[in-house]
Every structure is written in C-alpha cells, then in structure tokens.
Design a protein around this ligand. Structure first.
Ligand SMILES: Cc1cc2nc3c(=O)[nH]c(=O)nc-3n(C[C@H](O)[C@H](O)[C@H](O)COP(=O)(O)OP(=O)(O)OC[C@H]3O[C@@H](n4cnc5c(N)ncnc54)[C@H](O)[C@@H]3O)c2cc1C
Length: 390
C-alpha cells in the first residue's frame, strides 16, 4: 500500500482528499486525512459566526463516508521529513503517522506580530477564535466599543458583519493605509457609503503598535478605547512547515514548483493558503478560496501523475478578483486585470451579495460531496521502474 497523508481538511485538504480517493485504486493506496476539528469549517463565514450567526454543522466523518478515506481528528505538531512521519496529538496522546506521500493543506492563521495581540485581541481566522470573539461580543451586549484592525478583505467583512448584527455596539476600524484603497473607483465609493450607513468610524493611515486589554495604541501614541479588538491585519502560515526543514518564504508559506511539489522535498505536495506559488500573472497567488481550488486541482493532478505514471495536466492558477461581503445584504465583486489592478467597474449591492452567497453555498456543497460527478478512475500504482522510465 502507498500511504498518502493529507494534513488539513479545509477547502484545499477536503477537496484534494476526495479527488484522490476517487481517482486512485483502493488496493494500492491508503488515504488518511488529519484535521484538528471533527467538522469541515466554512472559514469564509467565520466573521458571521463571530458576529452571532450559526453555521451549518458538517461532520467530516459524514463528508468522507463511503470514500474509503480514513479520518484522524488530531492536531499536527511536527513533520519529520527524513523519516516521513507526522506527529499528531489527540485526546489519547501523541502518535506518529508514517507516509509515502504527504499533501500539506493546513491553511493559514492570523498574523500576531504586534505586542499584546496574543493576550488581548481576538481574530476570526479559525473557529475557536471566532467563538471567543462571539462570547466577548455577547458579554458586551448592546454597549461597547469594537475596534477592527486591518484594511483588507477580512477586516472589512468583520467590521461590517459585526456592525450589522450588533447595532448597539460602536464599531471602528484602524488601517495603516486607505480603507479599500486597492479597489476601483465604483467599488470604493460603494464601500465608503456602506461604512457610513453602518456608522463605522474609520481611522486611515493609523498603524496600531500595541494592544492592551481596553485600548489599542497607534504609532503616534493615540490610544483607541476598545472593549474588543479584532486583529485582521493579515495571514501567516503555521510554523510547522518551517520547523520541519521544508523550504518556506518569510510568511511561512511553502515554496513549491508549478506542480505544487515542495522545492526542497518533492514528496511533499502543498495546496491552499500554505502554498507559495507563482500564478499565471507572474505574481504569487493570493490566499483565497479560489486559489485553494486551483492549487488542489494542480496538486492532486501531480500526485496522481507522479504515482501512476500518467501525464500531469496543468490547472489554471489565475487570480481574477475578490468578493467582499458587507453584511448579509450587500457586497462588492471587484475584478482585477493581469497586473492585479482593479478594473474600473464592479458589481455592488444586493446582486453581488446574492452571487457571493451562491458561491459560498456551492463551495460548501462541493466539499460535502467529494465523490459527486467525478468519473471513477481507479488508477493503479505504477511500478517503480515504470515511473523511472516515464
Ligand atoms: C473570516 C474569513 C473570511 C474569508 N473570506 C474569504 C472570501 O470571501 N473569499 C476567499 O476567497 N477567501 C476568503 N477567506 C480566505 C479563505 O478562507 C482561505 O483562503 C481558505 O480557507 C484556504 O483554504 P485552506 O484549505 O488552505 O485552509 P483552511 O480552509 O483554513 O483549512 C485548513 C484546515 O487545516 C486544519 N488545521 C490547521 N492547523 C492544523 C493542525 N496543526 N493540525 C490539524 N489540523 C489543522 C484546520 O482546522 C482546517 O480544517 C476568508 C478567510 C477568513 C478567515
């Protein structure tokens, strides 16, 4: 048996595992997925969870039922790339999982590079932290100040969602640059109008340098009173890859080739937010749900090709734009050109919100039905000498 271990069952890991299980012959391949949580978590909706909405429960045991995939609910703590072993921890203790091929899809987490963030701030990059923020907002009830730090997609989505769901709270946002400064003129006008409508105060050109329990301090010394500071100033990758000796770039993403193989350890494939790969436009592919789909397509094609001797097809690694929700009834869909410059027009308002909601539901449905609509090709493991000849 050739043992494939998939780390992470988010958008990239769950999708990839299902695809591998469908294509590879179960007499030759054993596929194990390790995930810290027992559920598939719709990360794209975590700001909604934090704001107080309930998300649909999607147990991974049900998602993978009938696929032959083994599920291990445990936390990955280390990878020994020489011995090809992953260390995992669960309620039973510490264990080692051996692999022949590894697919690394542990996603990303919030950057915590400012003093006090770890101790005093909240974030929405994972379900446990989103639930902690929700509990804090519940404590505040109808009276309190929430400061969202960051000016990019997650900060915008978090600020607007909280302001809409909890109108009693005074929400403000602090960002180093301009709020939505990268958007085209139509989208930016729409964004600023939405912030106005929600009553969100915006502090632009404000770098927060320290977070305390009840305030956040900017570089110029200004203190912003805050009962809940939401840190949404960027994403970084878990340090597990770097500490295992796999080559990474400064934010912790694993450097891969066009086939999503680690450049330092080619038996380690990477998909989703953890991969540093150059897209069709010659720039690093941004962390996003669409990138998770594209990199999963490419990584699984490469694994299947490398292990069965088949030709590896090229998946498109294109970046076309962003969907940004502004509460439940408003959104922006901004397309970008080949140089990642926002196109002048944008889809805004209720229609954009409906489109975004349809995309999210379709993505979650696809994750929950890993076998649906895929032809069943039970490819066999190629003999080592065939692979060398290929
Ligand atoms: C609030 C929010 C809103 C977003 N909105 C959008 C959007 O509108 N559009 C968009 O394109 N992108 C959006 N994103 C980004 C998007 O969620 C990510 O790009 C996407 O989830 C990446 O998929 P992934 O599979 O790489 O990672 P994830 O979906 O995060 O999956 C990683 C999996 O690994 C598991 N895991 C992590 N560490 C360990 C460990 N040590 N041991 C075991 N398991 C572990 C996690 O539990 C998780 O299941 C948003 C992100 C956030 C936080």
């Amino acid at each position: 048996m050739h043992r494939i271990v998939v780390l992470g069952a988010g958008y990239a890991g769950a999708f990839s595992a299902g695809r591998l299980a469908r294509r590879l012959h179960s007499d030759d391949f054993e596929i194990t997925v390790v995930n810290a949580e027992p559920d598939f978590v719709e990360r794209l909706r975590l700001h909604q969870l934090a704001a107080g909405q309930d998300l649909r429960h999607r147990p991974l045991a049900e998602v993978f039922a009938g696929t032959g995939i083994r599920l291990r609910v445990a936390r990955v703590t280390d990878i020994d790339v020489e011995r090809r072993t992953v260390t995992v921890v669960d309620g039973e203790g510490i264990d080692g999982l051996e692999y022949d091929t590894l697919l690394y899809a542990l996603g990303s987490t919030a950057t915590v590079d400012v003093p006090g963030v770890d101790e005093h701030a909240f974030h929405v990059a994972a379900r446990p932290s989103a639930l902690r923020l929700r509990a804090r907002l519940d404590e505040l009830g109808e009276d309190g100040k929430v400061l969202v730090v960051g000016g990019n997609l997650t900060a915008i989505e978090a600020a607007t969602e909280i302001a809409e769901s909890r109108p009693g709270l005074r929400v403000s946002l602090a960002t180093r640059g301009e709020l939505g400064g990268w958007l085209g003129p139509k989208a930016r006008r729409h964004l600023l109008r939405a912030f106005d409508r929600f009553g969100i105060t915006v502090h632009e050109h404000t770098a927060i340098e320290r977070v305390e329990q009840t305030e956040a301090i900017a570089a110029d010394g200004t203190a912003f009173a805050s009962d809940a500071t939401v840190w949404a100033a960027g994403f970084a990758v878990h340090p597990i890859a770097a500490s295992s000796g796999i080559e990474v770039v400064p934010n912790g993403q694993i450097r891969v080739d066009r086939q999503m193989r680690s450049v330092s350890h080619p038996d380690v494939y990477v998909a989703g937010d953890s991969a540093f790969v150059i897209g069709e436009n010659g720039r690093p592919l941004p962390m996003s749900c669409a990138s998770a789909g594209a990199t999963s397509n490419q990584a699984t094609a490469a694994i299947i090709g490398d292990l069965t001797g088949r030709r590896i097809s090229s998946a498109s690694l294109a970046y076309v734009g962003n969907h940004i929700s502004l509460g439940r009834n408003d959104a922006i869909f901004q397309l970008v050109d080949g140089d990642v410059r926002a196109k002048p027009g944008a889809l805004c308002g209720r229609t954009a919100a409906r489109v975004k909601s349809a995309i999210l539901s379709t993505a979650a449905w696809a994750m929950s039905h890993p076998n649906f609509g895929m032809p069943s090709h039970r490819y066999r493991l190629a003999a080592a000498h065939d692979l060398v000849a290929a």
